[in-house]
Design a protein around this ligand. Structure first.
Ligand SMILES: Cc1cc2nc3c(=O)[nH]c(=O)nc-3n(C[C@H](O)[C@H](O)[C@H](O)COP(=O)(O)OP(=O)(O)OC[C@H]3O[C@@H](n4cnc5c(N)ncnc54)[C@H](O)[C@@H]3O)c2cc1C
Length: 522
């Protein structure tokens, strides 16, 4: 019997596996997706995503279909132990740096459905639903997978690399014997999803108009304004409370009674979780990588779990593609762990800090906490920008010359195409790019595939895209540079303020690619 062969297997077709399959499948690599369940889980877990993620979905060709199932994230307010407003969390004002609302709420099952439709149209991707990975072994050339279908029949498949997107209780992680590190957060919460009636109808009135953190030591809680009629409460369970009992309808309505009554909204879902911060100690063993919840979990206080997983698979996808294309050596794949693990840990510390603030149950400590926050803000109610809480990449496959812009997300300006505004990625494509702004329009750096040159001008210039909102011009001015080398995941590899500086950065990049075959700089 011949064992079917693929380039890459993705284990798990949840929201991270689906993005990985779309990103890799559209490059033409032969991808096998293995998913034990037949259906998409029909209720949302993730409700919020960043503009970075929407830009990745744009790169997967699904943003237009996803957009109607999103809405800009509302302002967030944080209330203290005595019910006083302490702080607001807002988002960057327009013009938006990524050409999408900086934070959005979305409908997870719809987004997953749209991704699956897109993947179904990719001939290089084979999706096996109802198939469970039960064992794997690897050698120098590849990985052999043992799959079991719902009837108990087993089948083998052989692949060059595996991405395990098989969730928090990852089979692959267990099979590889990878231990998990506890970062020190473990609190029981109850998540309640409501359908809260149409605008103007009963039910909307007493619900907060904006997303809210109630840092009330008597009962810490969060409220999120989701898409359409969907409203989410997340309520902390206190020591001694039994999660199963707290999930009962009567208890839930009793806890919600200060905001909404039983006849004013429909209870869609309630589920208790332990909000934890956990990270796998290794994210790569040989040819197998962990990504998404299989690699890490974090409390959902900033809506970042899926976002982190999308960052993982996006990071890994372009590197795998480059290795398959012979443009880089396998060592490029080691930067996956270096970059993503450090980023995960930094962001998770911020999230855990929010969680510790919110989860304080001692009223004396909680009042002192609030007083300190206000004092630090000079007694004012400050508005923090949500995007300022998300770090860039601090290390990994970045120019060693070090500039504050390296490792940050490169903006996506709107540009004019045939007299109409279009997002730059749609107009000019993604991949490795050297983007040159107004001050660099006369530069002619010599590059070869996979690098491409893009000129973007604030005004009308032959051969250049004309940007319509000045987002990129402002970014170049803020960083004191005129050109940027941008990675396929939109992170800035290097910047330059002179043609000679850019040539030097391109030389460095060529050197860093090591095993690549094409010579990039003529
Ligand atoms: C209450 C709550 C709120 C959240 N809010 C947000 C938010 O607002 N924003 C955000 O970004 N994130 C949020 N998250 C986190 C987010 O839901 C998760 O990070 C995300 O769903 C993880 O996706 P995944 O694809 O890695 O894993 P999963 O969604 O768990 O998917 C794993 C898949 O692998 C399959 N599988 C498992 N084992 C095997 C096997 N052996 N063989 C084949 N298939 C297998 C499973 O059936 C499943 O389909 C929230 C989480 C919770 C709990």
């Amino acid at each position: 019997m011949t064992v079917p062969r693929y380039d890459i297997a993705i284990i798990g077709f949840g929201p991270c596996g689906a993005v990985a399959a779309a990103l890799l499948g559209q490059t033409g690599l032969r991808v096998l997706v293995v998913e034990k369940s037949r259906q998409i889980y029909d209720k949302p877990r993730a409700v919020a995503m960043d503009h970075e993620i929407m830009r990745v979905l744009q790169g997967c060709g699904v943003a237009a279909a996803v957009e109607p199932h999103t809405a800009p994230f509302s302002l967030s307010e944080r209330y203290g132990a005595d019910g006083q407003l302490l702080r607001r969390v807002g988002m960057l004002p327009p013009p938006y740096p990524m050409a999408w609302a900086p934070t959005m709420v979305f409908h997870q099952p719809m987004v997953e459905k749209i991704l699956r439709q897109r993947i179904a149209a990719l001939p290089a991707v084979e999706v096996r639903l109802g198939a469970e990975l039960t064992a794997l072994s690897q050698d120098a050339q590849g990985v052999e997978l043992m799959l079991r279908d719902e009837d108990g029949a087993s089948a083998l498949a052989r692949v060059r690399y595996v991405i395990a997107c098989d969730g928090a209780s990852s089979t692959v992680r267990r099979l590889l014997g990878i231990a998990v590190e506890d970062l020190g957060f473990n609190e029981p919460w109850l998540v309640i999803d409501l359908l809260a009636g149409k605008k103007g109808q009963k039910g909307r009135g007493r619900l907060p108009a904006v997303s809210t953190h109630f840092c009330d030591p008597a009962r810490p809680a969060m409220f999120v304004v989701c898409t359409g009629d969907h409203r989410r409460f997340e309520i902390m369970l206190k020591p001694g409370e039994d999660p199963q009992q707290m999930e009962s309808e009567d208890v839930v309505w009793d806890m919600l009674s200060r905001w909404v009554a039983r006849d004013e909204a429909q209870l869609w879902r309630r589920a208790s979780y332990r909000f934890r911060a956990l990270v796998a100690k290794q994210w790569r063993i040989g040819r197998v990588f962990l990504a998404g919840d299989a690699a890490h979990q974090q409390p959902p206080f900033l809506g970042q779990g899926w976002c982190q997983g999308v960052r993982d698979v996006c990071n890994l996808s372009w590197k795998l593609q480059q290795v398959f294309a012979g443009e880089a050596g396998d060592h490029l794949l080691d930067s996956y762990y270096a970059e993503r693990n450090a980023h995960f840990r930094e962001l998770t510390q911020t999230i855990m800090g929010m969680g510790r603030y919110l989860c304080e149950l001692d009223p004396v400590v909680a009042r002192a906490r609030d007083a300190q926050l206000l004092a630090e803000a000079g007694g004012e109610i400050r508005t923090v920008l949500r995007q300022d809480l998300i770090p860039g990449l601090r290390l990994g496959f970045l120019s060693p010359h070090g500039h504050a812009a390296c490792g940050t997300l490169f903006p996506q300006p709107w540009v004019e195409q045939h007299g109409r505004p279009v997002r730059l990625d749609d107009a000019a494509g993604g991949g490795w790019r050297v983007v040159l702004g107004d001050a660099a329009l006369s530069w002619q750096p010599q590059v070869a595939a996979p690098l491409r040159l893009l000129w973007v001008a604030a005004g009308e210039r032959a051969g250049a895209w004309r940007e319509t909102e000045g987002v990129l011009a402002a970014w170049f001015a803020r960083h004191g540079v005129a050109a940027a080398i941008v990675r396929p995941d939109h992170y800035v590899y290097a910047v330059a303020d002179s043609a000679a500086g850019l040539d030097a950065e391109l030389d460095t990049l060529v050197g860093a690619w090591g095993g690549m075959q094409a010579r990039l700089v003529a």
